[in-house]
Design a protein. Structure first.
Ligand code: AMP
Ligand code: MG
Length: 422
């Protein structure tokens, strides 16, 4: 048996970063930027008002106070999007709205709250200024967010909603990113029936194709469901062929020691096999190899194929541990691991056979402490345990288990990487 780390190293050693493509701005969300983005402009492009108020020469407000208005003649009004043709000369002001470019001559803005327009009105309207302002007050400077020609976003950044906004503020409608991997998913098993079909006696619905496809989407890949292969080499090979243009192949089932477990035989014939039992629970049997195909994945020896175990929980957990990091690596990401936290476990977990246990837990926080409670029965066929869990508590392989109240590390399934740094 090999360790989880050894298995992961082998998988990651066989996948490379995919090529780059131009993506419409919104489709770049969650992907890795494949260019250095320099700004073609100042953002904001001009000095502008941060408030609704009056653009003034600050010197004209000297001595102004709540009960000592300084009167300035209002020569224009300027809204966001317009440019005032008037220059603010001594003794004058321009009524200005938030975001409107600052008129020439003005060096600061007095907010409406600090003015009184009822004091003097009429044809030659004047505004009463009730506060002294300093140069630069309530002005947003040109380029204060982004300076023209500066490096705004570097290649390798993961595009979050904020980066989408920043790119839009530069006027970009498309951006270069790393391509998303197409991940072909094949279920194996004579017992499987696809959803939407009647269920004959002795059969079960194929849930793995769907949980795996959902996981692929969740981490940014494009799932391609290849259907169900029966437990024969011919059926498997025929179905696998349809996946030979994918960037990665996932199969579920058929990797144990049963009479019908043919995935590893096929892998041995079709490519280079790595078949391991991994020191983990659930998910001990795991096949990995490079299938000869129309490879685009970069390493050059074929399409990486992960043969995940058939048990629904095992296939999801082995996806988490091996397929997800591989997909993220293909997408150009650097942070491949789920965040780990320390929690106090509230139930005992017994380790009988020296494997690393990934127990499904619900993590909650009371005060400064995280607690992890088992979701209930932990059988590898109990898929609802995954639905209840937000984390996997890790019981080390070299321990006899953990007692209630012990500290455990928990791999969080529903935290994004950024949250991990908070
Ligand atoms: P196997 O690894 O093929 O021996 O399968 C282990 C267990 O997982 C068996 O009980 C299978 O019926 C079940 N199983 C295999 N594939 C699927 C699937 N696609 N959906 C749901 N259960 C499955
Ligand atoms: Mg099977």
């Amino acid at each position: 048996m090999i360790s989880v780390e050894e298995a992961l190293d082998k998988v990651l050693g066989n996948v490379g970063v995919l090529d780059e493509e131009e993506s419409p701005l919104l489709d770049s969300l969650g992907r890795v930027l494949a260019e250095d983005v320099y700004s073609p402009l100042d953002v904001p492009p001009r000095d502008n008002s941060a408030m609704d108020g009056y653009a003034v020469r600050s010197a004209d407000t000297r001595g102004a106070g709540q009960h000592r208005p300084r009167f300035l003649r209002v020569v224009d009004t300027v809204a966001a999007g317009a440019i005032s043709r008037c220059r603010v000369e001594p003794g004058t002001a321009v009524r200005i709205m938030t975001g409107a470019p600052l008129p020439e001559g003005a060096d600061s803005v007095v907010r409406f709250e600090d003015t009184d327009e009822t004091l003097r009105s009429g044809p030659s309207a004047e505004i009463g200024i009730l506060k002294e302002v300093e140069p630069g007050w309530d002005i947003r400077r040109a380029g204060e967010d982004i300076a023209r020609a500066s490096l705004v976003l570097s290649r390798g950044v993961v595009i979050s909603p904020s980066e989408v906004g920043v790119l839009a503020s530069l006027g970009r409608q498309a951006v270069k990113v790393v391509r998303r991997p197409r991940v072909a998913i094949l279920a194996t098993g004579n017992e499987l029936v696809d959803v939407g079909q009647p269920l004959p006696d002795g059969k079960i619905y194929n849930s793995n194709s769907y949980s795996l496809a959902a996981l692929v989407s969740y981490c940014g890949g494009i799932p391609e469901i290849l259907g169900i292969a029966r437990d024969s080499e011919d059926s498997l090979v025929a179905r696998l062929r349809k996946g030979l243009t994918a960037d990665m192949l996932l199969t579920s089932g058929g990797v144990s020691l049963g009479d019908y477990d043919v995935v590893k035989d096929v892998l041995a014939k079709q490519g280079e096999i790595g078949f391991w039992t991994v020191r983990m629970k659930p998910g001990k049997p795991l096949a990995f190899g490079m299938i000869k195909g129309v490879n685009k994945t970069g390493v050059g020896r074929g399409i990486p194929h992960l043969g995940l175990p058939g048990n629904p929980v095992s296939s999801m957990i082995t996806f988490e541990l091996f397929a997800r990091p591989a997909i993220l690596k293909m997408m150009g990401k650097k942070n491949l691991a789920r965040p780990l936290i320390e929690a106090l476990i509230e139930d005992a977990v017994v380790n009988t056979d020296g494997r690393r246990i990934f127990a499904r837990v619900v993590v909650s926080r009371r005060g400064e402490q995280y607690f992890a409670r088992l979701t209930g029965p932990q059988g590898s066929g109990v898929l609802t345990s995954m639905a209840l869990a937000n984390g996997l508590a890790i019981v080390p392989e070299d321990s006899e288990g953990v007692a209630a109240g012990d500290k455990v590390r928990v791999m969080m399934l529903d935290w994004s990487e950024k949250q991990a740094y908070v």
